[in-house]
Design a protein around this ligand. Structure first.
Ligand SMILES: [Zn+2]
Length: 270
């Protein structure tokens, strides 16, 4: 992990983006992402990886697939260090030594600054624990998927209650739980008594009232803007926050201050 990053002077920070446009060469994909981000007022974004590069399956990539995803992220960060903050993607079902070595390679010796978990292993699994113990030692944040699916979750997919279980086991690790739009009010209630968990605002199209509910229930310091671009567009996802009935200081925390604090950016007192 390199020296501390400075906060962008202006603009929003997006905690949840991917470079998923596999049909484009990476240079063009990055240019498209950054052009649309700039147009929506986003100055800095967390790049969580093109998870589709993982093999043999999207849900449970082997160590080689994990390395492919993370190398793609590292390339993006090296090309645009002022715009992308990269997180290291892991599949905890792989041998724990492989995950710890990947953290060493990508974070301790490389430029990545956090961890990303999708649906490889449920958050309640003890397989998560040695990785989280290392995250605590390194003082890095984690972004973890969560959703309540109407038709039931996938085999290892976590709900917000599962993420809360993980957060209670590792109270010193800051977790950004993805998808307010998927975890919804029930998910906000699940994490309410876990002060180390923030919720990102991504997931589904914006619906009036969700962001306001999360801010009232958790406090503005625990709600953070994320788009999940290119699954959703930056502009509609920024609009979800701009259109919410929030005080100006609450909106600033959601769009910028909280992410800066979680990432430990210099020059931000949030
Ligand atoms: Zn995502």
């Amino acid at each position: 992990m390199n020296a501390k990053l400075a906060a962008p002077r202006n603009g929003y920070i997006d905690v949840h983006t991917h470079l998923f446009k596999g049909d484009l060469p990476q240079e063009e994909e990055m240019d498209l992402s950054l052009r649309l981000a700039t147009a929506a007022g986003v100055a800095l974004q967390i790049e969580l990886g093109n998870l589709r590069l993982g093999t043999p399956t999207f849900a449970r990539p082997d160590p080689e697939g994990i390395a492919k995803v993370n190398n793609h992220t590292i390339k993006a960060v090296q090309r645009h260090p002022d715009r992308f903050v990269g997180f290291c993607y892991l599949n905890p079902a792989n041998p724990v030594s492989a995950s710890l070595e990947e953290m060493e390679r990508c974070i301790v010796e490389g430029p990545l600054r956090g961890l990303k978990f999708e649906i490889s292993v449920n958050a309640t699994s003890p397989l998560m624990d040695p990785i989280f113990e290392r995250a605590r030692e390194l003082g890095i944040p984690v972004l973890h998927h969560a959703w309540y699916n109407m038709e039931g979750n996938q085999e290892h997919e976590s709900t917000a209650a599962d993420v809360a279980h993980l957060a209670r086991r590792h109270p010193e690790v800051t977790i950004v739980m993805a998808h307010l739009g998927g975890a919804r009010e029930r998910g906000v209630q699940d994490i309410a008594d876990c002060p180390n968990v923030l919720v990102d605002t991504s997931g589904s199209y914006p619906e009036a009232g969700h962001v306001e509910y999360a801010v009232r229930r958790l406090g503005a310091r625990r709600v953070v803007y994320g788009s999940d671009w290119p699954c959703r567009d930056y502009a509609t996802q920024v609009g979800r926050i701009l259109g919410a009935d929030l005080k100006p200081e609450e909106r600033d925390l959601v769009l910028r201050g909280n992410a800066a604090r979680v990432l430990g950016l210099e020059g931000v007192h949030a």
